[in-house]
Ligand binder design. Structure first.
Ligand code: HEC
Length: 111
């Protein structure tokens, strides 16, 4: 019985340890393009609605996305050398091109 207790303890510790932001990747280092800056209405809102709001209801508001922009870049964005695919956890996935646009838009401050 003692053995089971130890195994259970290790299992629980692993699960709790895996439930933080450990899944976030690196910052993509994307920069804001000087031409053709996307906006919430043109891009951000639709992206969030399609890929994120189902699980993160608060991402239907721009102010909330602006506040979380660093983490969103690290969860779902892409740049020249970094592609973060931690999110969406499941369901419909954005293309690489969409992930790049997301990171550029976030780098502009998610206007
Ligand atoms: C199918 C549900 C689901 C979808 C869709 C989804 N997420 Fe998540 N997301 C989660 C869950 C669950 C967690 C918590 C994971 C954990 O703690 O282990 C999470 C965690 C995160 C985190 C880390 C937050 C933190 O501080 O711990 C970010 C950032 C995030 N998601 C962004 C996004 C973005 C951006 C999208 C859309 C591209 C998205 N998620 C789509 C379920 C989802």
């Amino acid at each position: 019985m003692k053995g089971i207790g130890v195994v259970w303890g290790i299992l629980m510790a692993t699960m709790v340890g895996g439930c933080d932001t450990a899944g976030l990747g690196a910052s993509t280092g994307a920069t804001c393009p000087t031409d053709n800056v996307l906006t919430w209405a043109e891009f951000g809102q639709g992206f969030m609605q399609t890929y994120c709001v189902e699980c993160h209801g608060s991402y239907n508001t721009q102010s909330r996305v602006v506040r979380d922009k660093t983490q969103i870049d690290q969860a779902a964005g892409a740049g020249d050398t970094v592609t973060n695919t931690y999110m969406p956890e499941s369901g419909k996935k954005p293309s690489l091109e969409e992930r790049k646009l997301l990171s550029q838009w976030l780098a502009c401050g998610a206007p």
